[in-house]
Design a binder for this molecule. Structure first.
Ligand code: XIL
Length: 349
């Protein structure tokens, strides 16, 4: 069955066109229909689900920390850290019937304290060792939500497959990865360790480099369980056959797969200032394809799908790219969009 994925998805766009845009059975919720974890994010208010936790728990069963655990939030000084947003997200998630939390990210080159990149190499390495140890120890609290997995390193690669010249890499070479995965390998193996990056679904050179990097890490004796494909895609690209080829490659190399930050932009070129029915329907078709593709991954390699934001008004895209967009599956007032229905339909096949 594993080998058939690509062929199936070359045919899918033709096969599913008519069925995708249908009315939702409003009683059905994504979290109940999916037999893998479905997650979202909602933490722009410093690690709190306080306002809309109930809506999150109605549709999803896992929460990813969107911003709450980035170093600009957690690092107070060279040796003082604040992981409370993890506790807060977990407590509120549990209260709102979520089942698990996904930790995103431990190491990234963005959203860090201003002084951090200027540290001398040896101080930066000591800082990182201490940070990973304290973070790992903090995740040991038992009364909180289950930790399903961790994006240990985020976005370490360039588009041409070379290592990104981040301040981490410049100071430590690839040791910054080994050191971090080694520390988190001490956790229960039920907590899956990921390498997370963007464009892996569309850029085979970058995907090959990510897989080689993960193989290399395993050769160093540390644990890496899976690949996070961010999946910030659009209604136009990449093609479903390109995405299927990427997924197939990861399956063949034996890594788990997380569609970790899924959103589907309907206005990538900034041409529109509102979501027309045509755009919403096109977007629904694309969500259908993506969920169908995920459904075909062998169960033991499925970690789940996370959509990057609870509802359109909370998406990162309009802010970051200064344009109108509505890339998520719930709308302005948290109503299920056609995209939500097509995710349900895809999973019910
Ligand atoms: C984004 C958040 O969604 C925004 O709120 C924040 O302003 C910037 O970061 N890749 C990642 C995520 O790995 O951490 C980013 O999240 C989106 C791109």
């Amino acid at each position: 069955m594993r080998k058939e994925l690509l062929i199936l998805f070359l045919l899918l766009p033709i096969a599913c066109q008519k069925e995708t845009i249908s009315v939702c059975d409003s009683e059905k919720k994504l979290r109940d229909v999916a037999d893998f974890r479905v997650g979202t994010t909602f933490d722009q208010f410093r690690g709190s689900l306080y306002l809309y936790g109930e809506v999150v728990g109605e549709h999803f069963n896992r929460i990813s920390s969107e911003n709450a655990l980035k170093m600009d939030r957690t690092v107070l000084s060279y040796s003082e850290f604040d992981f409370f947003p993890y506790a807060s997200l977990s407590r509120e998630g549990k209260f709102n019937k979520l089942q698990a939390i996904h930790i995103h990210p431990v190491i990234w080159h963005k959203q860090v304290p201003k002084w951090l990149p200027d540290l001398p190499a040896d101080s930066l390495e000591s800082f990182l060792k201490n940070y990973c140890t304290k973070f790992r120890e903090y995740l040991g609290y038992t009364d909180l939500l289950v930790v399903d997995g961790i994006d240990v390193v985020n976005e370490a690669l360039n588009e041409d497959g070379s290592m990104r010249q981040s301040f981490w890499y410049q100071a430590m070479g690839k040791d910054f990865l080994t050191l971090a995965y080694k520390e988190f390998s001490k956790l229960d193996p039920a907590i899956k360790l990921f390498y997370n990056d963007y464009n892996l679904e569309s850029n085979p050179v970058k995907l090959d480099a990510a897989l080689d990097l993960c193989d290399w890490l395993r050769e160093q004796g540390v644990r890496v369980d899976g690949i996070g494909m961010q999946m910030h895609i659009t209604i136009h690209e990449p093609s479903i056959s390109d995405m299927a080829a990427a997924v197939q490659k990861i399956i063949d190399r034996g890594y788990m797969i997380h569609f970790s930050e899924l959103d589907i932009s309907l206005n990538p070129y900034g041409k529109y200032d509102t979501a027309t029915p045509e755009l919403l329907n096109k977007q629904a078709e694309r969500y259908y394809e993506v969920f169908r593709l995920y459904q075909e991954i062998p169960k033991d390699l499925q970690y789940g799908i996370t959509v990057w934001g609870l509802a359109d008004p909370y998406s990162w895209i309009p802010d970051t790219y200064a344009r109108f967009d509505a890339p998520l599956i719930l709308g302005e007032s948290f109503e299920p969009k056609p995209a939500y229905c097509s995710c349900l339909n895809a999973l019910e096949k």
